[in-house]
Design a protein around this ligand. Sequence first.
Ligand code: NOJ
Length: 917
Amino acid sequence: MTLARQRAHPLRPAMMCPMLRFDDAWIWDSWSFDDGTRHHLYYLQAPRMPQGNMRHDKARIGHAVSEDLRSWDVLGETFGPAGTGAFDDLATWTGSVISAGDGSYRLFYTAISTAGHGLRDQRLGMASSTDLHTWTGRSTAPIAAPDRRWYKTLADYPDVATAGPDVDTVSETWRDPYAVRDPKGDGWHLLVTARAAGAERNDDGVVAHLHSPDLETWTVLPPLSSPGTGFGQLEVLQTRELDGRWVLVFTCHPQEMTPERVARGGEFCTWSVPCEGPLGPFDIDAARPFAADPTLFAAPLVQQRDGTWAILGFHNLEDRGGESFEICDPVPVTLDDEGYLVARAEEGQPLSSRVRHRPVGHRFGGMSGSDDASAWWRKAVMYQVYLRSFADGNGDGEGDLPGLRARLPYLADLGVDGLWISPWFPSPMADGGYDVSDFRGIHPMFGTLEDADAVLRESRALGLRVIIDLVPNHTSDQHPWFLAALAAEPGSPVRDRYFFRDGRGPDGDEPPNNWISAFGGSAWARVTEPHGRPGQWYLHLFAPEQPDLNWTDPTVLDDFDDVLRFWFDRGVDGLRIDAAPAMAKKAGLPDADYGGVLQFRTVDWDDNPHWDVEQVHDIFRRWRAIADTYDGDRAFVAEAVVSTPERLAKYLRPDEMHTAFNFPYLKGPWDAETLREVIDATLASFEPVGVPSTWVLTSHDEIRPVTRYGRPTTSSFFITDGEGEVSDLALGTRRARAAAMLMLALPGGAYIYQGEELGLPNVDDLPDEVLQDPMFLRSGGAIRGRDGCRVPLPWSGAVPPFGFSPDGVQPWLPQPECWSALTVEAESSDEGSMLSLYRAALRLRRSTEGLHAAPLAWRESPSGVLDFDRGTLLRCVVNLSQQPVEFTVADVLLTSAPLAGGRLPVDAAAWLRPQAE
Ligand code: NOJ
């Protein structure tokens, strides 16, 4: 085949068409329509945010026309009244245009509410036009009823007639609608990407098929593909009858490119698959790549005037800052003997020789991960502030925001990059503030919103990022929503924000299912109805004072969108999402199979109806879309204890959370092999999704490392692990020092829990009467719970309250008398202290330029010794064996214990320059 030389023709520059702003927009999905005289090209354009994502809420449809597919006239933005391009409340994904046969045209599009309902709030829209440029009816004539719910089933749409038994095989999400007139005159076909009904994976897409005789009423026909291909988001569906054969053309997200697929087609790849006979099922598994090129990804298939077929694509003009595009000349495609599309630029030349590739990491087709390798959350060391125990500014024995403000310089000096502040909202404190009664306020015990603003402002001035703790799985039982639900009758919509259910058993006096609470006992509590008798039950996966929210209720979704904005608007850099895997529950709330372990051990549960249920990811995608509308790299960190690193990695896909706490690392024992396995597994599962790992030793929920590592049981899978065992605190401290150096030498981010840097032990002998943890209370005292790691910090002086509160004030939990050597003051002047070690390690880490991006490579090492390089910048050796390790003393940067005759002692770590052998 001889093809004409391919040349790129720029679309008209911004100067000639100021509305188009082609020079500062990011272009992605596009589609075309041929009215018989001219080709119309429609393309989505939106400003791009610093981290590379689109501003979906600012998306516009651009419109250009051409007679020869080579030179284009840009008509400007289309869609809104008089071509204003204004979407009322809608953004869109790819659409398609067809002729209605009566001189008018229809535009089908996926509507995404930008009123805060997120990318997953999608529906089909249909608009009409007589000039192909100005469209009406866009938000009033959707095929599917406007609704803020997502993942409705087709049966939920009253306007869509359903036919055949297969209707149940399709449910939402609607995406990339492609309409085509039946060439035999049998009405119109509409193909949309939909999720298979019952599919566990949201991205397990099928090609749904609707048919209409008149463009008014639609019938759902059996899908044109089977679920389970793993090609989830078949984007930019197009189907045409070419030379008498139907061919389906699609692109899909680069994330779905398994190594096998990449080998077949490349990461940016357009696929085709024919079907035999009339429009019928396509075997997606049999699809073949035909255009493996980013420029031709998500590009329309067009028929040229001579009857031949071609695809169009966009160049990204990198020399203009990567924000400008020009359109490619059409790349001819033909059908091979088996009915697959074949594309070539020039004889014998790969397409890529002709087009320029987008900057590495940019992805087409809509959402993309942050491509900014320098985003702060990729490498930050965050310091967890458990406010109530950090510093008391007003002398009432409880830590607060004024106390934190006064100590911010301490944190800046420590060398951390930011803070994570545990819940600061109004709360009855039934679970240390994780029972929130107002998500937009500050607990009076901690201060005011003005105090919070001051903390944000002053932290920023000190170069510290601030993330706050959001607790979305549940509210307090004193939250106005729950009080309203209690006051309402069973069946009232206000009860739908929670899980109210009738009980089992003849009198309904048994819980609705067998689910257990994280804090022990049943996860259900029975209410007294307004009439005064026992009635329904409500779900609480944690304490009864923490009723679980129902995240399929639109009012919950909407309100939390607003909560996110409330805090982002105030300037927080990110949100830590508490109990993230709990937020979706399997429909019908079926009994769980706990495999006989009647403790809340999420790591054991692979398939559970109330933990890590697939639909949680929809919520995070919705939230990510909101975060991405803000500048400044706002980030989410998930608290997600799930069964495997692979499952954790799902929370970190490019359109979900940014990072997650690494619980397997936190919980494992002090054992070289286990640590190495966790490190390897973490890196292996995070790398493919392109996110940084985080490393963490402890938190306000865990046994403090000094105590834990000094016990015979050094793991901490459950809070009771090692409980009651005597801890050798000297041994624990040695190991905790080595553990800190190991953690801070690993690639990615890290979390330090307040007091960890002082080497505080757990306070295991708090008197029962001061314990407040619901675990202690709900277990009838059998489990002591987490108060022992929440004892207020010692700042200075020789006796309690050690500068935490003014002298003479008793802090809310008593501090041990023996902490005088562990105060910030005492440790600051002791070069051998834990604090000095943390300071030195954090300084070194920060001053070693490029360290965050340096890969980890293991060295050969004796059994029980961890030894790795971080590129050429740092070598870390940790001795968990039973005997000292020999090594060269030259170029030692830092050690956790003095070297003994050039040997690294047992339970010690060293940082070296890598060349030192
Ligand atoms: C995890 C928090 O870290 C913990 O303190 C809390 O009890 C539970 N989530 C429930 O919110």
